[in-house]
Write a protein that binds this ligand. Structure first.
Ligand code: SAM
Ligand code: SF4
Length: 335
């Protein structure tokens, strides 16, 4: 199908991408078992990673020319990117001003939340799969639970609202954490989202039987709480939400595997080394860094981005027999 003249990031299924996920680094200071091996990964060589100027230029093109309205900073661990606060300030100075959020493991956030909020960061998601220190050590291979809890509190105190918590449950590991995690988040005023485990780990160890499904998560929660469907329509948001015990607290489940939401996807992705991807699960991507370093004009870069998104597939195909896990792991794409 020929691509129509349209400045925005449209695809052949009528979706429009307005939400850009930017990976700031592939490095991380935790080693979550569902994400990477104990020894870590071969990190991207420094010269391959976009410089701040290259990154801000690409984000400016997305915001000014391609209709992107929401930027989520992620990684790897985005707090490890040198000069993060300056980057946030440069991104929030763009016009029209995008909403800027970040997904982080929370290590070091306690000291930096106020500065990030001052730089314009609007919202934050902190990943936390347990409130038990021993279990935290087992999952992340680091003894840092107290750092994450302090980071969460600092984000709330800095006025980033809502503060969200992302949790992945694994069978035989932390499924018993569903209820304690929700009690903790309700007590602290955080918004908890469970994410079904996806085949995106660097070790290719995902196995459907070990994944705790959305239905199982809801059954565990309903044994303890009364869940009622959230009164506001979901739109393009990946989480299905429920009010807990009549509200105002809520809980969400991102059922990427068992209840895929690809038909409503509004996302485009930029990796730390400057590749644009139309989906977490894409098997192809477009190298914008080479274009930028070869002196391409803004319009040429924008058009390469549009062409990538035009080729976006209908869905991720995890549930199809021929599914092939993408070569890049989640930490190198940006989760
Ligand atoms: N390091 C940051 C963090 O952990 O929040 C940002 C990057 S991390 C890849 C982004 C999110 O992806 C986290 O919430 C993490 O729990 C989730 N994640 C990582 N591997 C996953 C997997 N195999 N399946 C589902 N979610 C995963
Ligand atoms: Fe690091 Fe986030 Fe992956 Fe955990 S999920 S290893 S914190 S990138």
């Amino acid at each position: 199908m020929p691509r129509p003249e349209n400045p925005h990031l449209i695809d052949t299924f009528g979706r429009v991408a307005t939400d850009l996920r930017v990976s700031l680094t592939d490095r991380c200071n935790l080693r979550c078992t569902y994400c990477m091996p104990a020894e870590g990964l071969d990190w991207m060589p420094g010269e391959q990673v976009l410089t701040d100027d290259e990154l801000v230029r690409l984000i400016r093109i997305a915001v000014e020319m391609l209709g992107v309205t929401d930027i989520r900073l992620t990684g790897g661990e985005p707090l490890l990117r040198p000069g993060l606060e300056d980057l946030v300030a440069r991104i929030t100075a763009l016009q029209p001003r995008p909403k800027v959020s970040m997904t982080t493991n929370g290590i070091g956030l306690a000291k930096r939340a106020a500065g990030l909020a001052a730089a314009g960061l609007n919202r934050i998601n902190v990943s936390l799969d347990t409130v038990d220190p021993e279990m935290f050590k087992k999952i992340t291979r680091r003894d840092r639970l107290s750092h994450v809890l302090a980071g969460l509190a600092a984000a709330r105190d800095a006025g980033m609202a809502p503060v969200k918590v992302n949790a992945v449950l694994m069978r035989g590991v932390n499924e018993a954490e569903a209820v304690p995690l929700l009690k903790f988040c309700l007590a602290e005023g955080y918004h908890l989202r469970f994410i079904e485990q996806m085949p995106l780990d660097a070790q290719h160890g995902w196995n459907r039987g070990e994944m705790i499904t959305a239905a199982e998560i809801l059954a565990m929660l309903e044994a303890e709480f009364t869940l009622t469907p959230f009164p506001v329509a979901r739109g393009g948001a990946p989480a299905e939400r429920w009010l807990v015990d009549g509200g105002p607290g809520d809980v969400g489940v991102i059922a990427s595997v068992t209840r895929p939401f690809c038909a409503a996807c509004e996302r485009t992705r930029l990796t730390a080394d400057g590749a644009v991807r139309s989906c977490l699960f894409s098997n192809d991507e477009t190298d914008l860094r080479s274009l930028v370093r070869a002196g391409a004009r803004d319009e040429e870069v924008a058009d390469a981005w549009r062409a990538t998104m035009w080729g976006k597939l209908a869905g991720h195909e995890i549930n199809d027999a021929g599914f092939a896990q993408p070569i890049r792991p989640m930490s190198a794409i940006g989760g």
